[in-house]
Design a protein around this ligand. Structure first.
Ligand SMILES: *Cc1c(COP(=O)(O)O)cnc(C)c1O
Length: 413
């Protein structure tokens, strides 16, 4: 595989970009064959800057829901941008988008728009505190809610005071949730929950109905707000907010990534009871009112409402999951495939059942060489542009890759 252009760009980037690249899209924590720079994206495919083509199972780490460059969505964006986009005030599409969200998401009575998931989760945090003038926020240990000082997973540049009023509980553990609620006492402002446990490296877990129900009840009992962080899983499990399948409505829900199929916009949705507090906080941004991403989001919500994108994606995802199970059994290399099939985390377990990153790296390295972008330790994403052919190509690559990995694993005592 050619990588001269990528190598050149990396050398240039190292001079003018801290660390050569930063954040989740830096490939420093991926095997050597992973390209850093890309030149083209279309449907479910990516081309790196050297022209190598990949079937992409990361979907931009979430934004690609309908395929890169889905024509109806991009046309809505372009047409709006020609009229008005970023200007001195918002446009009609903002009201239209808020109306559409409140119609399609059952718990939502209002909407606020911003740019990134971190904006939405940080606003949710402020609204929960403004709601009854309380301080304590509950977070599940290891859960990702963004990169602001209160939630970044890496401590560099933050101080312990940034986390002063946070109490950590274990996801799906009712007892630890109750202890954390007790610790907050009469100062409980809100409880954050991910739709399912989608932390990096460790097996994903669906929410237990008991835990989800208890979180709702304890928030009600304490007059605190329940916040679902749907930034990653939104519209990938259901067409409504993710705990709707458990018949649980949050007070606030955070959205981003997929809601405009890659155009820059995120959203915070809320119920009537949180509306007054939401109106009190000062929240804004230079690009938060831009009209073109809102038009793209309206077009995306329309496809969500009117097509069978979700059922088709899940069907292909389940086909891939059972195909991978068969291949792993045939090669006698175990695979842990956890979480929803359409947002799978796929790792090779060690003797204790924990992800063996060395083997995972070897496997994803073999996959990338065969033109399939599989991540070794982050959950992946399927999108509605994927086809049966893509799945069979992936299974062929996995078959050859596991055969190759098996040799390296056996070769190493
Ligand atoms: C990505 C993510 C965020 C942060 O969104 P950004 O757009 O990267 O700021 C928050 N919560 C979850 C669950 C996410 O996956």
């Amino acid at each position: 595989m050619k990588n001269e252009t990528d190598a050149r760009l990396r050398a240039r980037a190292a001079r003018v970009i801290p660390g050569g690249m930063y954040g989740h899209q830096s490939v420093t924590k991926l095997p050597a064959g992973f390209p850093q720079f890309f030149a083209k994206a279309e449907g479910t495919y990516l081309w790196d800057s050297d022209g190598n083509k990949y079937l992409d199972f990361m979907c931009g780490y979430g934004p690609n829901l309908f395929g890169y460059g889905r024509p109806e969505i991009d046309a809505a964006f372009t047409q709006q941008a020609k009229r008005i986009d970023t200007a001195t005030g918002p446009s009609e599409v903002m009201v239209e988008l808020a109306e559409k969200f409140t119609r399609q998401i059952m718990h939502a009575d209002w909407a606020m728009f911003c740019k990134n998931g971190t904006d939405a989760t940080s606003m949710a945090l402020m609204i929960a505190r403004a709601y009854r003038g309380r301080k304590k926020i509950l977070l599940a240990k290891g859960a990702y809610h963004g990169s602001a000082p209160w939630c970044t997973p890496m401590p560099a540049g933050t101080v312990p005071d940034d986390r002063n009023h946070f109490i950590y509980y274990s996801y799906n553990d009712v007892n630890s949730l109750e202890l954390a609620i007790d610790e907050a006492g009469d100062d409980l402002a809100g409880v954050f929950a991910s739709p399912f446990k989608h932390d990096v490296i460790v097996d994903q877990e669906m929410p237990s109905p008991d835990y989800a129900r208890r979180a709702r009840d304890l928030c009600d009992k304490n007059d605190a707000l329940l916040i679902i962080d749907d930034v990653r899983a939104g519209f990938r499990l259901t067409r409504d907010s993710s705990w709707s399948s458990l018949s649980i409505a949050p007070d606030l829900s955070c959205w981003g990534k997929s809601i405009a199929n890659g155009h820059p916009i995120s959203a915070l949705l809320g119920s009537e009871k949180a509306k007054e507090a939401a109106g009190q906080i000062y929240a804004t941004g230079s690009f938060w009112f831009s009209a073109a991403p809102m038009a793209a989001s309206i077009a995306t919500l329309k496809l969500i409402e009117e097509t069978d994108y979700l059922e088709r994606t899940i069907e292909l995802a389940e086909e891939m999951r059972s195909g991978l199970t068969e291949i792993s059994q045939r090669h006698n290399v175990p695979l842990n495939q956890t979480g929803p099939a359409q947002m799978p985390l796929i790792t090779i377990p060690d003797a204790e059942g924990k992800a063996d990153l060395e083997k995972g790296y070897a496997f994803s390295s073999e996959m990338i060489r065969r033109g399939v972008y599989f991540h070794p330790w982050h959950n992946m994403f399927m999108n509605a542009a994927m086809t049966k052919d893509d799945i069979s190509q992936t299974l062929d690559a996995a078959d050859a890759s596991l055969a190759a990995v098996k040799d390296t694993i056996v070769a190493k005592p």
